[in-house]
Each structure stands twice: as C-alpha cells, then as structure tokens.
Design a protein around this ligand. Structure first.
Ligand code: ADP
Ligand code: MG
Length: 227
C-alpha cells in the first residue's frame, strides 16, 4: 500500500512560560502518521505527551513549526477554521471520559454528528451502530453515571469516531481502568480503528498494549523518536 500521510508534525515547538523560566516541551518535534497506522506513544509523565496530542489535535497552537492534516497546514489557521477541522477530521479520547452527564450514551454519540449537521435519525442510527460495535448496545439509554468505567470509555471512543475522522488521538485512554478492563477496551478501540482504516496515535503507559500497535515512539528532549 502506498504511504499516505494523514497527520504530520513538522519541527513543532511548544514552550510554557512560568514566571522567569521558559519551559521547552516540544523542541523541533517531527512525526508522520500514515493512513491506517496505529502508533503508541510511550513516555514518562511530564515529558509532553498531552502537549503533543493537543497540538496535533489543534487544541493548542504550535509556537513554531506546523501541523499538517491530510496535506493542509493548520498551525496558523483561525480559531474558527481549526474548530471546523477538529469537528470533522479529528477524534479525541481523554483519560477521563468527559461524557455529558445529563445525556444518554446514545445521545452523547449523536451530539457531534448533530453539531456537524446530520439529522436526528441519521445520527441516532450511526450512534446505535457504534454502540453495538463496541458491544454496549444494551446501554444506549444509560447515562454516564449508570455505566462502568470501561463502558464509559467505550462510549467516549464511539463518540470520538462518530464523525468518521481522519485521525484518532487518544491520551492514556485506558489509564483509569484496571488491567483486564483496559485490555478489553483496547480490543474494542483497536478493532474499530482497524476496520475503519483510521489512523491513530495513542499515548499509553501500558507496554503490553503498546506492543500491539504498528509502531512505538517516545519523547526525548522535545523530539519524537522511535522506541
Ligand atoms: P505528559 O502528558 O507526558 O505527562 P504534559 O504534556 O502534560 O506531559 O506536560 C509536559 C510538561 O509541560 C510538564 O512538565 C508540565 O508541567 C508542563 N505543562 C503542561 N501544561 C502547562 C501549562 N499550561 N503551563 C505550564 N506548564 C505546563
Ligand atoms: Mg498527559
């Protein structure tokens, strides 16, 4: 298969100013994610995994360099343009599910689709399919508080892919789960990514899960390097 980069980080810089000190987190980070590829990012706490994912996901702006999604340079676009790209092309999963508490699992997965402009029946149909795919179809009407941690994360993953994004970015998506549940949730995540041909970058501390990815990288001195 021909390589087709969906996400490229080019010489990305991220700095935080803390009082008189300037912290350099990303220092010329380069990274390319190909269509259909699953990459694990394994690095100690505080090295910049979340910063990298937030920058790649257009939640934060690079201080230097650029983020290129499907050939389009995004680093300097307006906030509105970045929000539109995020809505359509990027799925994000956090360590904590961040589901809307007053809505059902089904409604949580419908929401991004409705914001994008799909009709209620269309959004509901796709949400139900995704819940079935994640093997939690029976929980469709449950609110997040009525779901287990593993179920909450499976709903969060379904929500992240509801708009069929180009890229799935996951920041320690199983970090809050016990090992057996983490493995089960990861199975579902992996199956979904594989069958949809999505590209995914997943930060994890779990070496067993990382070993199942196509490739592993880490962060060293603000750069992405193979692990
Ligand atoms: P990781 O996800 O690998 O644990 P982060 O990307 O969250 O790492 O953070 C990398 C470093 O940047 C840490 O030292 C953290 O303290 C610092 N940092 C993150 N966000 C901010 C911020 N908003 N202001 C100042 N420092 C920050
Ligand atoms: Mg983090």
């Amino acid at each position: 298969m021909m390589a087709e980069p969906v996400l490229e980080l080019k010489s990305v810089e991220r700095h935080y100013v803390q009082g008189p000190r300037k912290l350099t987190i990303l220092n010329g980070a380069d990274f390319t994610l190909q269509r259909g590829e699953m990459v694990a990012m394994v690095a100690p706490s505080g090295t910049g995994k979340s910063t990298l994912l937030h920058t790649a996901g257009l939640l934060e702006r690079p201080d230097g360099g650029d983020v290129i999604l499907s050939g389009r340079a995004c680093g300097r676009l307006s906030d509105d343009e970045r929000t539109a790209i995020r809505r359509n092309d990027i799925g994000f999963v956090y360590q904590f599910h961040h589901l809307l508490p007053e809505f059902s699992a089904l409604e949580n997965i419908m929401m991004p689709q409705l914001i994008r402009g799909l009709s209620k029946p269309e959004a509901s149909k796709r949400a139900a399919q995704l819940l079935d795919y994640m093997q939690i179809g029976k929980r469709a009407q449950h609110r997040p508080a009525e779901l287990s941690g593993g179920e909450q994360q499976r709903v969060a993953i379904a929500r992240a892919v509801a708009n069929a994004p180009l890229v799935l970015l996951a920041d320690e998506p199983t970090g809050n789960l016990d090992p057996a549940t983490a493995s089960y949730v990861f199975d579902a995540l992996e199956a979904l990514v594989r069958q949809s041909g999505l590209a995914a970058m997943i930060a994890t501390h779990n070496h067993e899960l990382a070993a199942r990815m196509d490739r592993r990288v880490t962060l060293a001195e603000g750069k992405v390097v193979p692990l």
